[in-house]
Structures are given as structure tokens and as C-alpha cells.
Design a binder for this molecule. Structure first.
Ligand code: GLC
Length: 777
């Protein structure tokens, strides 16, 4: 391979002429208004502007024709009717909502966007919108000295992407992910800029290969695509949380996941037989190590044919699944898009006879090699095909399966380009388009087909979907794991900013393969990684064929005991985590977040890569390097309490914290609270008693939060079967006050009260004014 030798840097390879000439959009010629859309005719193209809400404006440039405004795969809402004022002067044309001013300079056509506080958030100067003859479109925006950039979906490297050039092209990368691995499995062409404590967002809704260049200049950045329209949304913020609410208003929020999917998952490529899976499950039960899910990787299938079981390895999958369910364990099988070319295989036969596979324009099916050998690929861009695929999942649901793992859906193909021929012509619901344009949404649409099919087949139960590839909006269908990492300490380190940036990109339910997928893990790495995993939104231990087995007991009792403690802790924290997932489903806020999301005015948080928050009041400071038992922890404003020792720590300071192998430093902000359940057993995981741990603070501080619960399994919460408690905690000189602001819903949990426990004060607790330590539900 080229990049593997110094031939890659051979002097003869240097490009002689790399100056790119873009054609600028030119001057404004005239403006017209159609409904809620402003259409600007410029000398070299047309630009449409629409306000989606007061705080979200869309800009669409099309150099060839009128901008197309209805073809998004990511955006699920239509523009609201927004009251705007317009002002037409000799030099400018301005449109103003209550939250944003769009200042359009006429000659040349340049857009400046100003927020409600008069701050210019997005601006164009020498360069604006432009394109090239080959179809490339590009937008240049001014970069300020204090700009920090986050999001961009799934990317390696650090949190802040200033100084990076990022590429979006869904790619299967088995080679070790490193800071210069750019395109990975997910493409989310979205980012958030944090400037002087205030944030705004840009979503570039273009499914072609796209680039975000925050590197070439210190004065401007750009985003570009190989084709399509220059179509982007600006979200006003100004708080990072508001940017995320605005972005997920456009692209959707995650449905409430089944509670079991928030537990511990055990996986391996592969547990190859029914006997092996039963033994694995029995080990968890005997050792009292919690597990909710066992994944079945490709070996469960007959010759890697999807929608089959290998009857020699798995003679009775129904029985296996129901026996495991009694043990409190679900089975999640892998389903890849590649359908084996085999004329005796019903799925292939149906796919061919019903014309469901991706084809070239001339009519030939596209074939590529994946695990089953030569395979064809369903054309998920077509509604009819998505339905077909979705219905096929009755094969799994009829056996009692409630979750599916979609892999290789970039789609990955074993060839030089690693994917499908870009010339393949997708049907795209009546608007045929090449794979070059739709590559980045193939995984999203497979996820849609799978999620919707599972939901239909499960008749009222919540499906779980894990997907490797995706695009903006993937959160509507599935959780995402970060693909084929390795058992390197560096990959444990990198997983933190990676998961945090995914969270900042609207995908709340994510996590890496705990322990590392490829390479041999070791006792210490697995232990430290399990501590982190206990608090990443998605928590799955997965390892690759040919490398060491890495179940929690593989390295002896000492390590097993520590991992068991942390996996159990996941369940102790489940009430808190579930409430945060509820928040993600309502507002789009991530469960695991960088500190900058809560402390946008604190520069020390702007590139803090080795700590993270769970919700708005808990900081995790894991040990991420071998042989280390001390680390520096930065605590922002407020006072903080060690979860393990109850010791107080001052905020806006760094601390040297000691953490033996069994310790994960966790800090809770004084004045706030966390909801805790308990670990019972694998067979009975429901919370039986609930405790609200209050971390007493200085007088006059108060904290509000929402506790949420429901049956965790069905959609009956949509009909009022839930419990939602809005709480406020206030500390005064002589008491801790808890106020139940609101209690809503008909769900009756098995616990009937919330017990209140105070850490750091002996003052009496007042609940709604009366001395007590229980809240009756
Ligand atoms: C891919 C997946 C990995 C899986 C393997 C076999 O490499 O990323 O998780 O185990 O394929 O299916």
C-alpha cells in the first residue's frame, strides 16, 4: 500500500499546481419571496434562505437551478412560520427574526449572521459561497481567534478540532485508528463553534463526500462537498445545550431505549456455538457479574447468510434465547447488509426476483465481496426495499430477539476503495442517484429499515439497534459503537473525546469496544477500561477473533472482583442514567458530555480530553495510562465531593488525586443529587429501592433535576405510563430542603418511595416543608 513506504513522500510526487479556482456566487441581482422562502438571484447562482425557527436559519446555494428544498435525508421538520422583518437598502438586504439577523451584502453577495445580542456568529468576507466546474461546492467563513470547534460526529484525535481538516466518507477502518485517521464509519457533517463562552452550530446537509477545513487558515474556515448543493443550517445557540437542542430539533432525537440495552453487553467475534454461549451465560450467573446482553457475531449464521442460523453450531436458537431470557440475558445477533449470492438461498432469491438489490444504471446487480463471499446489497434508499428488509426481521423477533446489531453498513466491501462502486445507481424513492451521492446515508437508511421493521414486529416492545455506520440523524434509530479499536491505552484515551464529540453531534447512545477489539488486551487495561465503560452511554466488551478472550474473569480473581464491582455500579447508577437517557430523548442532550457543555465560560474545559461528565453534576476522572495511580483532575466552579470518600474538593483548581487499580475518581457537585438503585441479580434487575443522594452545599444554592422512570420495555409511556418527578434541592443554614415541584404519570414502580440520604451535613431534611427522609410516590 502506498502510504506504507517512503514512496508516499517521494519529491517527484509533489503537486506542481494546486491552486484551486472557485467561482464566487457573485453579486445580488434581485430578491423574491415565495411563502417563507427568500430567493436571491445572484450573477453566478441562486441562494434560498428559510427560517426554520427563530433560532435556526437555512441557506441553500444552487449554482445550476433553483435550490431544491425538500430532499433531506437528515432533517425531519419543515420550516415553522417565523415572524421576520426585512429591510432593503442600497447595499444590503436584511432579514430579521427575534433571535437572528441575516445581514446580506449585495455586492458581492455575502451573508453575515448576527445573534440576538448583536454578536456576529457566522460571517463572510473576501470569500463567500463558491463552486467549481466539477460540481464541488464550498463555503468560506471567517474564523476568530477564540473559535473552538466540536462535534463532526465520529472522529479520532482531541475534542477541539481547530487546526484539523475533517473528511466525511463512511469508511471501514480496521487499521489502528490514530490521530490522522480521518474518515471513519459515521459521517455527521455538523459542528459547534464555541467563541468567548457562546456557542452556535452549523449543519451542512450534504450527503456527498464532504470536508471541513479548520486548518488551512487562521482567518477563515471552510466546508465543502464533492457535489450537490451548498445547503447548511445555522443554529443560534447561544448556550452549547441550546445548539444541541436546535440541531436535534432538525435531525431528531433518540427514542427511549429499552432499559436492558443500557446494561452490560458481552460480545466476541465470535461466541461460535450454543454450548459456548450457554457456558458464558452460566459464568455470569455463577459469578454474579451483571450482564444484560450477549451478542452473536457472524459465526451464528449458516455460511454468513443473514436471517439464518447455523444448525450445527446452534441447533435450537429459540430454546437458547428463551433459556437465556430466564437468566435475565438477551441475545443480539449481528446483521450485515451483504446478502450472499447463492441461488438456493431464499433471501437472495427474493431480493433478485423482487428487484431489491443495488444496481448499475444498465441494470446489472452490483456484487462485492464481504464475509459471505460474493454478495449483493439491498437498496435501502427505496421505501419498498426498506419495508422488505424490515419485515424479514420477523425471523429474529419470532425467536424472542429484541435487538439487532448492524455492521459493515458503510457499506464495507473487501476491495481497494473499501466500498461499493460509486457509479451504482440507487433508486432513491423515485429520484435515482449515484452511490457517490448516497454513500454516506446507506448505513442510516439500513438503520431506519431495521429499527422500523423491528418495531413493527415487536408489537409494542422497544427495539434496540446498534449500528456502525450512520449519518446526521442516526440517533433516531440506533446506538453507535466506535468500530474496530484496539487494546491500546491510547485507544482508551481516544475513546473519551470520540464519544464526547459524538454526543455533541446529537448521538447520545455511544461507546467504544471496552477492552479493545483487535490486539491482546491485558488485565490492567481491561480493568481501567471497564471502569470507564461503566459510565459510557453504551457499555459493551467486544474482542476480535485470534486475540485474547477478555470476559471479566479472564485475568484472575483480583481483576475480576474489581470489574464486577464496576459492572454492578452501572446498575446502581441506572436510575440516574435512565433519567439522563430520558433527557436525551426529549432535548437531544448527551448523557456523557465534555465539561465545556456545562462550563462554557471556563477556558480550562475547552480541550479537556481525559475527564467527562455524566449529566450536569458528575465528573469522571478515570486513570487512562498503565501503572498510574495518581492523576491530575481539574474541577470547575463550585465545590465537589468525592463519591468514594465523601471528601470535599475546591473548584476552579487542579488536584492531584490518588486512584489505586480499584478506584475510579468520581466527583459530584455540592448542592446537587444523584439517584441510585441497587444490584440484585441477573434474573431480577428491576430497581427495588431508590435513594436520592444529596451532596449538601453552602446555603442559598439550589439545584433542579428530573427523575424519570417507566417499565423500560414497552411504548406505554406514550400513553401516560411513566413516572416523572421534578425536584429542587436547597440548602439553608439549618436544613436541607427538598421540594417536589411536580410529579406526573401513571406508572407505579416496585419501589414506592424515594429515600433521601445526605452527604456532608447533619442538618434535618425537609420534604415539601416537613421533616422527613422519604418521598412517597
Ligand atoms: C467488523 C466489526 C466487528 C465484528 C467483525 C466481525 O470488524 O466492526 O465488531 O466483530 O466485523 O463481524
Amino acid at each position: 500500500m502506498l502510504g506504507d513506504t517512503s514512496f508516499a513522500i517521494h519529491p517527484g510526487k509533489e503537486k506542481k499546481d494546486n491552486a484551486v479556482i472557485y467561482r464566487d456566487i457573485g453579486d445580488l441581482v434581485h430578491v423574491e419571496k415565495a411563502g417563507t422562502t427568500y430567493l436571491f438571484q445572484c450573477t453566478n447562482g441562486k441562494v434560498a434562505i428559510q427560517f426554520y425557527t427563530d433560532s435556526i436559519v437555512r441557506v441553500t446555494m444552487n449554482q445550476k437551478q433553483n435550490p431544491e428544498l425538500n430532499h433531506s435525508k437528515a432533517v425531519i421538520v419543515n420550516p415553522e412560520v417565523v415572524a421576520v422583518e426585512e429591510e432593503d437598502t442600497k447595499e444590503t438586504f436584511n432579514v430579521k427574526s427575534s433571535k437572528l439577523v441575516l445581514h446580506v451584502q449585495k455586492k458581492p453577495f455575502r451573508i453575515n449572521i448576527i445573534d440576538q445580542n448583536g454578536r456576529v456568529i457566522v460571517s463572510e468576507d473576501k470569500h463567500g459561497m463558491a463552486y467549481r466546474e466539477n460540481g464541488e461546492v464550498i463555503a468560506f467563513k471567517q474564523m476568530e481567534e477564540n473559535d473552538h470547534f466540536y462535534g463532526f460526529g465520529e472522529k479520532s484525535g482531541h475534542l477541539n478540532k481547530r487546526g484539523e481538516r475533517l473528511e466525511m466518507w463512511n469508511t471501514d477502518v480496521y487499521a489502528p485508528h490514530n490521530p490522522e485517521t480521518n474518515a471513519l464509519y459515521e459521517s455527521i457533517p455538523y459542528f459547534m463553534t464555541l467563541r468567548d463562552g457562546k456557542a452556535h452550530g452549523i449543519f451542512f446537509d450534504n450527503t456527498f463526500r464532504t470536508f471541513f477545513d479548520m486548518k488551512t487558515s487562521e482567518d477563515y474556515y471552510s466546508f465543502s462537498a464533492e457535489g450537490g448543493q451548498l445547503d447548511y443550517y445555522v443554529m443560534a445557540g447561544p448556550h452549547p445545550k441550546m445548539v444541541l437542542e436546535q440541531y436535534t430539533y432538525l435531525t431528531g432525537r433518540m427514542p427511549l431505549p429499552p432499559k436492558w440495552s443500557l446494561g452490560y453487553h458481552q460480545s466476541r467475534y465470535s461466541y461460535e456455538t450454543e454450548v459456548e454461549v450457554r457456558e458464558l451465560a452460566k459464568n455470569f450467573i455463577d459469578k454474579d457479574i451483571p450482564v444484560d446482553v450477549i451478542h452473536l457475531d457472524i459465526h451464528y449464521m449458516n455460511g454468513y447468510r443473514v436471517f439464518t442460523f447455523d444448525k450445527e453450531r446452534f441447533p435450537n436458537p429459540e430454546k437458547l434465547i428463551s433459556d437465556l431470557k430466564e437468566m435475565g440475558i438477551r441475545v443480539v445477533p449481528i446483521v450485515d447488509p451483504g446478502v450472499k449470492k447463492d441461488s438456493e438461498y431464499p433471501i437472495y432469491q427474493e431480493g433478485v426476483s423482487e428487484d431489491n438489490f443495488c444496481k448499475y444504471i444498465e441494470g446489472d446487480i452490483y456484487y462485492g465481496e464481504v464475509w459471505p463471499g460474493i454478495s449483493s446489497f439491498p437498496d435501502f434508499t427505496e421505501e419498498r426495499v426498506r419495508k422488505w428488509w424490515g419485515e424479514k426481521h420477523a425471523f429474529y423477533t419470532s425467536m424472542g430477539i429484541e435487538g439487532i446489531w448492524n455492521d459493515m453498513n458503510e457499506p464495507a466491501v473487501f476491495n481497494e476503495t473499501k466500498t461499493m462502486d460509486v457509479e451504482v445507481m440507487h433508486r432513491n424513492d423515485g429520484n435515482p442517484t449515484t452511490h457517490r451521492e448516497l454513500h454516506n446515508v446507506y448505513g442510516l437508511l439500513m438503520g431506519k429499515a431495521t429499527y422500523e421493521g423491528m418495531k413493527e414486529n415487536l408489537q409494542g416492545k422497544r427495539p434496540f439497534l446498534l449500528t456502525r455506520a450512520g449519518f446526521a440523524g442516526v440517533q433516531r434509530y440506533g446506538s453507535v459503537w466506535t468500530g474496530d479499536n484496539r487494546s491500546f491505552w491510547e485507544h482508551l484515551q481516544m475513546s473519551l473525546p470520540m464519544v464526547m464529540n459524538l454526543g455533541l453531534s446529537g448521538v447520545a447512545f455511544t461507546g467504544p469496544d471496552v477492552g479493545g477489539f483487535a490486539h491482546d488486551t491485558n488485565a490492567e487495561l481491561l480493568t481501567r477500561w471497564t471502569q470507564v465503560g461503566a459510565f459510557t452511554p453504551f457499555f459493551r466488551n467486544h474482542s476480535a477473533i485470534g486475540f485474547r478472550y477478555q470476559e471479566p474473569w479472564q485475568f484472575g480473581e483480583k481483576y475480576e472482583a474489581i470489574m464486577k464491582k464496576y459492572i454492578q455500579m452501572r446498575y446502581v447508577w441506572m436510575p440516574q442514567l435512565y433519567s439522563l437517557f430520558y433527557q436525551a430523548s426529549k432535548q437531544g442532550l448527551p448523557v456523557m458530555r465534555p465539561l465545556l457543555m456545562e462550563y462554557p465560560d471556563d477556558e480550562k474545559t475547552y480541550n479537556l480530553n481525559d475527564q467527562f461528565m455524566i449529566g450536569d453534576n458528575v465528573i469522571m476522572s478515570p486513570i487512562l495510562a498503565p501503572s498510574l495511580t495518581d492523576r491530575v483532575v481539574y474541577l470547575p466552579k463550585g465545590e465537589w465531593v468525592s463519591y468514594a470518600t465523601g471528601e470535599s474538593y475546591e473548584g476552579e483548581k487542579v488536584h492531584l488525586v490518588h486512584a489505586e487499580l480499584e478506584d475510579l475518581p468520581i466527583f459530584v457537585r455540592k448542592g446537587s443529587a444523584v439517584m441510585q438503585g441497587e444490584w440484585n441479580s441477573n434474573q431480577d434487575k428491576a430497581t427495588k429501592s431508590l435513594t436520592m443522594k444529596i451532596y449538601a452545599s453552602n446555603p442559598d444554592e439550589n439545584y433542579r433535576f428530573t427523575f424519570y422512570d417507566d417499565d423500560g420495555e414497552t411504548f406505554s409511556y406514550e400513553n401516560g405510563e411513566y413516572l416523572k418527578v421534578d425536584l429542587e434541592i436547597k440548602s439553608s443554614e439549618d436544613s436541607i430542603e427538598v421540594v417536589v415541584l411536580d410529579m406526573e404519570g401513571n406508572y407505579k414502580p416496585s419501589y414506592q418511595e424515594i429515600r433521601v440520604e445526605v452527604i456532608g451535613s447533619n442538618n434535618p431534611v425537609l420534604i415539601n416543608g416537613k421533616e422527613s427522609t422519604v418521598i412517597k410516590l
